[in-house]
Design a protein around this ligand. Structure first.
Ligand code: GTA
Length: 165
């Protein structure tokens, strides 16, 4: 049976529109790449935590955290660059779907890190797919709740400030 990682159709469902080449070149690059993209990470996960987890698949050359282009803070993804292809495949095989900071992370083959790819491409500064999200971390929800309660209990409240304008 052909290995999953040798079939260009199955290697990744993601297609980067900014890849400088055609579909066939993209697929050939993925088949040889030693870089993985990690998605669905918590915004609170640090590079050190990612390093700790991903070094279980092999020696890491570099990790680049994905950043919100406005706030310059982590926005839920990173790129992990390995030295060997075997270690890269092991990261996809064994680490994808595992839980990091309470979230099941997704590990995908990537065509290779280039300067600029660390920034979220969404209009808000983060990842595009986060603009379609409806599930939020409990931490974000409780912060939002505290914010709303504080604003409502403030004498006059935000509504009154708006009315005065
Ligand atoms: N290797 O899966 C991936 C991957 N993703 C999701 C992002 N990157 C990935 N790399 C690999 N595998 O360097 C990389 C990008 C970039 C960086 C940040 O991470 O190459 P981004 O997530 O902010 O932007 O990238 P990207 O990747 O261009 O967006 P995406 O998710 O493909 O969305 C593209 C289009 O799909 C948009 O037009 C958007 O409107 C639409 N879309 C996305 N999610 C949804 C959704 N849930 N519902 C409806 N439409 C959606």
């Amino acid at each position: 049976m052909a290995s999953l990682f040798k079939d260009p159709n199955k290697i990744s469902a993601y297609r980067d529109k900014r890849f400088p080449g055609n579909q066939e070149e993209f697929e050939q690059t993925l088949l040889k790449s030693t870089t993985v993209y990690v998605g669905n990470m918590s915004f609170y996960t640090t590079e050190e935590q990612a390093y700790e987890l991903f070094s279980r698949a092999g020696e890491i050359k570099k990790i680049t955290m994905g950043l919100d282009k406005n706030t310059k803070t982590p926005c839920g993804f990173c790129f992990v660059m390995y030295y060997s292809r075997e270690d890269t495949e092991d990261a996809v095989k064994y680490i994808s779907g595992t839980i990091l900071d309470d979230r099941p992370i997704r590990v995908d083959f990537d065509w290779g890190f280039q300067e600029g790819r660390q920034w979220g491409r969404g209009r808000s500064g983060g990842q595009v797919r986060d603009e379609y999200r409806t599930d939020y971390d409990p931490d974000i929800l409780s912060n939002l709740l505290v914010y709303v309660v504080l604003n409502l209990s403030y004498e006059g409240g935000y509504g009154k400030l708006v009315q005065k304008e």
